[in-house]
Design a protein around this ligand. Structure first.
Ligand SMILES: C[S@@+](CC[C@H](N)C(=O)[O-])C[C@H]1O[C@@H](n2cnc3c(N)ncnc32)[C@H](O)[C@@H]1O
Length: 227
């Protein structure tokens, strides 16, 4: 699964970058996701599965020149794009690694103020476990933010969801198959539900929003101090 995803995103890095930056409404969503991290100037934020780096400028905006932004992704070609796009910032670092075992220093927990993951948990084998680890990674009162595309629940959902399903099928490695053992859109929704539910369970304060015709679910969870 990991190798399939890496091959897929590696091959389509350029097209993905275009979609990630130019889809109508996406820049607004990314700015909103960065704001939901509740960062302050000088803070440290990690983006898991940062892809071509479309969120990184918005995170940099939140932490300012004194803060630190770390983007992690396991696909080299997308990371090269992220690195090139943020070359002007010396406080934005892009690392190759697994979001489920992030290449961060052993003393990182407590040093990290927020973790952001957009359109990533649906690709993980254990999305809820990954969210648990990310909650442990941020310091007390830190924040974890997830944004993911899943079928819309709005009243006008049927046509929106038909388009959504087609996009999921086209973008699920190994792309189109004649038969699926399991519907990719349903499988994706289950993983996303598991991840967002775990974040809600772990957080002491939660903000839920939907964007882009109800297709994008954004959950921000603020962690509490251990009792
Ligand atoms: C749909 S893209 C989203 C990229 C970016 N977060 C965005 O919003 O544009 C998913 C990204 O997650 C990365 N990814 C998937 N599983 C990963 C894992 N276990 N560790 C690190 N990166 C992963 C892929 O390489 C890909 O770049």
């Amino acid at each position: 699964m990991a190798t399939e995803s890496q091959e897929f995103y590696g091959r389509w890095a350029r097209l993905y970058d275009l979609i990630a930056r130019r889809t109508p409404g996406i820049a607004r969503l990314r700015r909103r996701a960065a704001a939901a991290c509740r960062l302050e100037s000088g803070d440290t934020v990690v983006e898991m599965g940062c892809g071509t780096g479309a969120n990184l400028p918005f995170l940099r905006e939140q932490v300012g020149p004194e803060g630190t932004v770390i983007g992690i992704d396991f696909t080299r070609p997308v990371l090269e794009r992220a690195r090139a796009a943020t070359a002007d910032y010396d406080n934005v670092h892009v690392l190759q690694g697994d979001a489920m075992q992030p290449p961060l220093a052993a003393d990182a927990p407590g040093e990290i103020d927020a973790v952001l993951a957009t359109f990533v948990v649906g690709m993980l084998v254990g999305p809820a476990d990954a969210v648990d680890d990310w909650c442990d990674l941020v310091g007390p009162e830190g924040t974890v933010v997830l944004a993911n595309a899943a079928p819309s629940r709005e009243w006008y959902a049927p046509p929106v969801n038909a388009v959504f399903r087609a996009i999921v099928v086209l973008s699920t490695p190994p792309t189109i198959q004649l038969r699926y053992e399991d519907d990719p859109a349903r499988r994706l929704e289950q993983k996303i539900d598991a991840a967002h539910t775990r974040l809600r369970e772990r957080a002491v304060a939660v903000a839920d929003e939907t964007h882009l015709f109800g297709v994008v679910r954004l959950t921000g969870g603020q962690l509490g101090r251990p009792a």
